[in-house]
Design a protein around this ligand. Structure first.
Ligand code: AMP
Ligand code: MG
Length: 326
């Protein structure tokens, strides 16, 4: 891993790395971000691997301007008011994904909403312009450790897990962005940050409150969110199929049988997906939410999921599957 001082040249190199599916740490005005091409599910899966995150929390998608955001999410009236006042800046909005949103489902952890932000830091802006694509970026630190606001902190925590660190001193705000949920009827601050609920209330002309999240007893702001759950039952660690079940395979499903006769390979294509035929956990993470969505059809009795090893990214995959199975 290389720490490089941000210059026009190193920013172009960083943009090229992101286009190729690499991981680049870059400065924003809030904290350093761990960025990957948001359109590439496998690149996004690497973010979770590098952070050692045992859960797939949705990530903030960084774009260079409001027009780029409008290609991903539905910018409602409130969103336009907030963006014209606070973007670029330390404010993230949760909005409904557009039907044609090209961002990987892993970025939104299968939810119909997406978190978007236009950062104000000149290096972040230049990187996003040079990359020419939305960049998914959580804070650049290991899961469970403090967000990093200097390049030295980043290299101490993420070490060799990233391809490049773009260094530009310490982050001026030093606090994560305010997360504002505008996807439902009532505007709600899910995470306090530099932009306050009072400032947002003034712009919207209506009271905006902090979500205390007492309904879920969250330990951290990342746990305030709802989780994607399929509409049909999920059966984990399946070693064979019940008649009428769809199959979410991992590795070879050649010997998967159906009770009472038949085998998985006789299932119609619409009832059979494979997270990774070669047993690659990174590929499986990238496919997880899109394949769950694809199999979540009422004509299936349930989705039978084959065993996924509980190691590396498999821990986050299993975490999400067991929540979805509840
Ligand atoms: P980080 O990426 O570490 O800055 O954290 C991102 C924050 O945004 C987390 O606290 C999430 O709870 C929140 N977030 C991102 N996407 C969504 C979403 N679609 N719905 C609700 N919260 C979200
Ligand atoms: Mg974080």
């Amino acid at each position: 891993m290389a720490i490089k001082i941000a210059t026009e040249k190193t920013i172009r190199e960083a943009a090229a790395l992101i286009k190729e599916g690499g991981l680049v740490v870059f400065p924003t005005e809030t904290v350093y971000g761990l960025g990957a091409n948001a359109l590439d599910g496998q690149a996004v899966a690497r973010i979770f691997e590098a952070k050692g995150r045992p859960q797939f929390n949705p990530l903030i998608i960084h774009v260079c301007d409001e027009a780029a955001a409008a290609e991903l999410v539905v910018m409602n009236e409130q969103a336009r008011l907030v963006s014209s006042r606070f973007w670029p800046g330390p404010l993230t909005m949760i909005l409904p994904r557009r039907d044609d949103c090209p961002v990987s489902d892993l970025c939104s952890a299968g939810l119909p909403t997406l978190a978007v932000r236009v950062p104000a830091h000149p290096v972040a802006c230049a990187l996003l312009k040079a990359a020419g694509m939305p960049v998914a970026a959580p804070s650049a630190n290991k899961s469970g450790t403090l967000s990093a606001t200097t390049p030295v902190d980043v290299s101490g925590t993420l070490g060799d897990a990233v391809d490049m660190i773009l260094a530009a001193g310490s982050c001026p705000v030093g606090l994560e962005s305010t997360v504002l949920d505008l996807s439902g009827g009532v505007p709600l601050v899910l995470r306090p940050g530099a932009v306050t609920a009072a400032e947002i209330s003034a712009v919207l002309g209506e009271e905006v409150s902090y979500d205390r999240g007492d309904h879920e007893k969250p330990k951290s702001p990342g746990q305030l969110l709802r989780h994607y759950a399929p509409s049909i039952p999920l059966r984990l660690n399946a070693i064979d199929l019940e008649p009428g079940e769809a199959l979410l395979a991992f590795g070879s499903d050649r010997f998967m049988g159906i009770k009472g006769g038949g085998s998985a390979k006789d299932l119609p294509e619409s009832a059979r997906e494979n997270l990774s035929e070669s047993g690659d956990l990174n590929e499986a993470a990238a496919n997880l939410f899109a394949m769950l969505h694809a199999l979540d059809q009422s004509d299936h009795k349930a989705i039978a999921v084959m065993n996924i090893p509980d190691q590396g990214l498999g821990i986050a995959i299993n975490d999400r599957l067991s929540r979805a199975a509840d």
